[in-house]
Every structure is written in structure tokens, then in C-alpha cells.
Design a protein around this ligand. Structure first.
Ligand code: PHE
Length: 336
């Protein structure tokens, strides 16, 4: 194969052109075929010699064509892959991403803080029996403390035997029934009350309950836990305090306040000039409650607390109307 043929093969840029060149170089009208046809006119020695040359040349040309064909096929394949590639890294500039609702974010943040303090997370049903919502928590039928809760009843079983839970405290009972002490748990969830919506009340809202049952637990452990939590959630300049209160399932009971986040304790309209905002209730678990779940109050003691994540979100972000959380105005939600 001479240099000119080799150069033409390498210079061929497409497969159809290469097919044409193949016909030209090896086909019936090719130089090789003409020379082959002339073999018969040669002497036996010359014929042998020329025949060998023809074979060599044909093989060389075939090999060069095959190599070029392989190159062209590979190039075509790569071009096709390039054309078919999907760029998955593309960023669409105006894509609007959603995110979790402020209340969900708050619940997750509260859970994270308590998990960091060694608590586990438990859940219970929203539709509860009177026993779990009230009875086991030391509210006998007809007890006046039941009036603290504007209860919604479900039309199931005996009249007023099934309720939409009015607080997360029934989950305390379920956790104590399910597990042996020591218990360090929090119980977030939805609660319902027959209440009229206004700037500071919703009929459907969340609570997060905390329960500790162990040996030698004191009121000091409760106060210290709530204080550590307050600093973790609100920051170092917000303090906590406890005020005497009453709940049938805790004794003694307290109301849990934090420094007003709006005036930092100076006194303003939001905190009624007191410098404090009420966050929730708490107390030492009543011995009757421990007895109701089969835990010996002589051996074990504990504390419980409960407060409202919606209210905490309002306080942390300086929002003055709780209804903002449920109106689904995207301009409000986008800010968090
Ligand atoms: N469950 C009470 C309420 O909703 C709050 C509370 C929880 C009080 C735990 C004491 C202990 O009002």
C-alpha cells in the first residue's frame, strides 16, 4: 500500500465516504482487481511474485480500512453520548423551594434540645378515653379542675367517655404503663380545646410534655431542667422562674415563666408590665398518678412539665398574633 492510499484512508471523515473508498480500492474496478485480471498474462514466476504482492497489498489496505472504520464508529458513538447527556447539575434560577412550617421547625428544635439533654421522644393518640385524659391523672369525675379544659367529646362509647385530648399529659400515663423507670421522655403532639380563636388562642394547637421518673428526683431537678432548657432555646439573657399553681396530677404544681422576650424584663404591654411571660405548667408527679400506673411512689419520684410550641415560636420570633400560624399567608411563612 503506497503512502497516497494510506493518507486517503486516514483523511476519510465519514462511514459512507469510507464505504465508497473501500469499493474504489478493493472493488471490481479497482487497480488491485485489474492487476489480478492481468495475472494470467504473466510467466509462472512473475505470476507467483505478483500474486504474493497483490495479496499483501490487499491485506494492508483492508487492515487500514478496518482501523479507520473503528475510529469513525467510536467518534460517532461519543458524539451520540454527548448529545444524549442530561445535565443533572443544572440550577434553575427561579425555582421556589418550600420548607417546613414554623411550628414544625419549632417542634423539631425543641425535640433536638431535649434529646441533647438525654430525653427520648414518645407519642400517643389524639382521640383519648376520659381515663387517660383525666381519670388516671387524678381528676375524678366531677372534679372542678376539669373545667380548666374546654373539652371536645367524640361521639363514641358512653356519653363523654371519649375525648379529643385536651393536653399531652395522657401520654405520660401511656409511657409509664409501657416502661419501667427510670424514664426521661418528652411527648410532643396536637391537642384540642373548645376555645374561640383570638390573637393568643387557637382551638387546635401543640403541646410538648416532659416526664422524668427516677430515684431521688426533686423539685430542684425540675427547676434546673427548665432553666437549662430556657437558655438552650432562648439564649443566655432569658431567665426562667416558677410560680405556685395547681394541677391535679402534680404536687406541688407551678407555672413556668420566662423573661419577657419583647422588653427583656423591663415591663411592656405584651407582658402586662410584669417583665415575665407564662410558658406552661409543671410540678412533681402526684403519688396518686404513680400509683395509678403501678409505680411505687415510696421508691420513685418524678416531675412533669408541659408547654405550647406555638407560643414559643411567637416569643422567639416576636410575632404578636398566633393566628398568623394558621392563615397560610405565604408572605408570612416565607420569613422562617
Ligand atoms: N397538662 C397541663 C395543661 O395542659 C400542663 C402540665 C403538664 C402541668 C405537666 C403540669 C405538668 O395545662
Amino acid at each position: 500500500m503506497n503512502d497516497e492510499i494510506a493518507a486517503r484512508i486516514t483523511a476519510t471523515g465519514t462511514r459512507p465516504a469510507l464505504a465508497e473508498l473501500t469499493t474504489e480500492l478493493l472493488g471490481k474496478k479497482s487497480d488491485l482487481s485489474a492487476r489480478k485480471a492481468r495475472l494470467g498474462t504473466l510467466s509462472p514466476e512473475e505470476r507467483k511474485e505478483e500474486g504474493r504482492r497483490l495479496n499483501e497489498e490487499r491485506e494492508a489496505i483492508e487492515a487500514a480500512l478496518a482501523a479507520r472504520r473503528a475510529e469513525l464508529e467510536a467518534a460517532e458513538r461519543n458524539a451520540r453520548y454527548d448529545a444524549e447527556r442530561l445535565d443533572l447539575t443544572e440550577v434553575v434560577p427561579h425555582l421556589r423551594r418550600g420548607h417546613l412550617h414554623l411550628v414544625t421547625q419549632t417542634l423539631e428544635e425543641l425535640e433536638d434540645i431535649f434529646i441533647g439533654m438525654g430525653f427520648t421522644v414518645a407519642e400517643g393518640p389524639v382521640v383519648e378515653t376520659d381515663w387517660y385524659n383525666f381519670g388516671a391523672l387524678n381528676f375524678p369525675v366531677g372534679h372542678p379542675a376539669r373545667n380548666m379544659y374546654d373539652t371536645l367529646y367524640v361521639d363514641l362509647g358512653e356519653p363523654e367517655s371519649t375525648v379529643l385530648r385536651t393536653h399531652t399529659s395522657p401520654v405520660q400515663i401511656r409511657v409509664m404503663e409501657d416502661r419501667e423507670p427510670p424514664i426521661y421522655s418528652i411527648m410532643p403532639g396536637l391537642v384540642h380545646r373548645r376555645d374561640t380563636t383570638d390573637a393568643s388562642h387557637l382551638p387546635n394547637f401543640h403541646q410538648i410534655e416532659g416526664l422524668v421518673v427516677d430515684r431521688g428526683i426533686t423539685f430542684g431537678d425540675l427547676a434546673g431542667t427548665l432553666d437549662a432548657f430556657t437558655h438552650a432555646y432562648f439564649g443566655g439573657d432569658i431567665a426562667s422562674r416558677l410560680r405556685p399553681s395547681y394541677f391535679p396530677f402534680t404536687e406541688p404544681s407551678a407555672e413556668f415563666d420566662v423573661t419577657c422576650v419583647f422588653c427583656k424584663g423591663a415591663g411592656c404591654r405584651t407582658c402586662g408590665k410584669t417583665g415575665w411571660l407564662e410558658l406552661g405548667g409543671c410540678g412533681m408527679v402526684h403519688p396518686n398518678v404513680l400509683t395509678n400506673v403501678g409505680i411505687d411512689p415510696e421508691e420513685w419520684s418524678g416531675f412533669a412539665f408541659g408547654f405550647g410550641p406555638e407560643r414559643m415560636a411567637l416569643m422567639k420570633h416576636g410575632i404578636n398574633d398566633i393566628r398568623e400560624l394558621i392563615t397560610n399567608d405565604i408572605r408570612f411563612l416565607e420569613q422562617f
